[in-house]
Design a protein around this ligand. Sequence first.
Ligand code: AMP
Ligand code: MG
Length: 335
Amino acid sequence: METLLLTEKQLDIASKLITDGEVVGIPTETVYGLGADASNENAVRKIFSAKGRPADNPLIVHLADFSQAVEYTSYIPELAYRLAEKFMPGALTIVLPKNDKIPAVTSGGLDTVGIRVPSHPVIHRLIELSGRPISAPSANKSGYPSPTTAQHVMRDMNGIIPAVIDGGECQYGVESTVIALENEDTVRILRPGCITKEMLMTVSENVIVDKAVLNGLENGEKASSPGMKYKHYSPLADIVMVESDLKSFTEYVGKHYHEGVYALIFDGDKENFPYRYMTYGADSLQQAQQIFRRLRELDDIHAEKVYVRSPETNGVGLAVYNRLIRACGFEVIRL
Ligand code: AMP
Ligand code: MG
């Protein structure tokens, strides 16, 4: 079966596939998702099997409006409403206690569910047209960089799912910020995204960044966000993050330069950079938008080893750093 590439005008076909319990590649403002009816166990199983995703890694449930969250959760703290008011629709996922309308397969066996209200008109319209809550994890094979174009989805999923909707390139390029709420007034960031810590602090000053965002888990340690424990976002090339200024970075690449070695540097670094390179943007927002695309492109040109200039760890930079540190399996060189 060839996967159909649908246009944004063919949402009726996509909606019928969703209500029939099928899986569709869908553009969102973050990355492309593999969308299916979150309340249909069989449909959700198809997502896990298409991705090769571990069964204990829960799916996020996308709704058309936060007011629908009462249908799928057992308790919504007041803080959740205040955050939703400010950041939804958008790239924020709030983990809440689930009710039995969300099957255990969807929540990876947890008694909580991540709720998001996407702003992208395509997924938003599909939720309305199908009348279903839609789970839509990134539309890549598990472990590989997330897709930010319909062509990326085609490459990973052709022949595996019935259709992909082409909505062009994603606006943000990294997945949503995932948060849990504690003690009625505290926000814990489980996965950083384009809704930053600084932005969340305008609603509650108590915002904690979970340890797993910046570091790997110790042996036997329990993950508060199961997805964070896996090696992730990783291309075939061996990625190494280098924390240093441009001068030391350039010297380091020079010392380790041979066939198959590339540098992934900032736009502003490229003048007179003497080695093979790709760039990934001039500021954190651009880095977020380009990072997965570049990791895929480095595989296309058969890069074997890639030294990456380390991004900032504040603002949206934290999301970029979090993806890169997983892509490199926590191998960081500090000069
Ligand atoms: P993806 O679907 O690929 O965007 O990944 C979803 C991310 O959200 C993973 O890192 C999950 O571990 C995390 N997540 C989803 N639901 C929950 C939940 N109920 N509790 C904690 N983390 C969650
Ligand atoms: Mg993913």
